[in-house]
Design a protein around this ligand. Structure first.
Ligand code: HEC
Length: 136
């Protein structure tokens, strides 16, 4: 009997100790969201715009990997490679479709057509969505 009472007492003590620990836990947890909140606001406006529009994000990825080498990271143009910044979505879309279709455009059509022939309709839509956002 005594032994059982002792075991029960130990079990109760452990249970209380566990409870005590649980009660102590909430304050640090409650602090966590508060410390995360100030870190969240800083994201820059262009990043937020890109994240909000997957088409723009896809266009940016394509532009940086394929187009920027000739037209410049900011689409500012380089030498014989024309500036694209300032063109509207419609202008970019129709020109890319024309280059892809093999239409004779400017004196350096062949150079641009070689790139345009590998663009899918989705690529063209994404690029038409992204390029006008450059510099905004
Ligand atoms: C190898 C270099 C090169 C690459 C890569 C390239 N371009 Fe071009 N792009 C040119 C050249 C050169 C012209 C001018 C062609 C002409 O004389 O018609 C041009 C013209 C254009 C035009 C027409 C500009 C205007 O004002 O008429 C658009 C739009 C364009 N490129 C978009 C793109 C996009 C989007 C990409 C990426 C998918 C790309 N280019 C990749 C060289 C390149």
């Amino acid at each position: 009997m005594h032994r059982r009472a002792l075991i029960a007492a130990i079990a109760l003590t452990l249970a209380l100790a566990a409870c005590g620990k649980k009660e102590e836990a909430p304050p640090p947890e409650a602090k966590a969201p508060a410390s995360e909140t100030p870190a969240a606001p800083p994201p820059a406006a262009p990043a937020a715009e890109t994240a909000a529009n997957p088409l723009v994000a896809a266009g940016e990825a394509k532009f940086r990997t394929v187009c920027a080498v000739c037209h410049g990271q900011r689409a500012e143009g380089m030498g014989n490679y024309p500036r694209l910044a300032g063109l509207t979505s419609d202008e970019i879309r129709s020109k890319l479709l024309d280059y892809r279709a093999g239409k004779q455009m400017g004196p350096l059509t062949a150079i641009m057509a070689a790139t345009a022939k590998d663009l899918s309709d989705e690529d063209i839509e994404a690029l038409a969505a992204y390029i006008p956002t450059i510099g905004r």
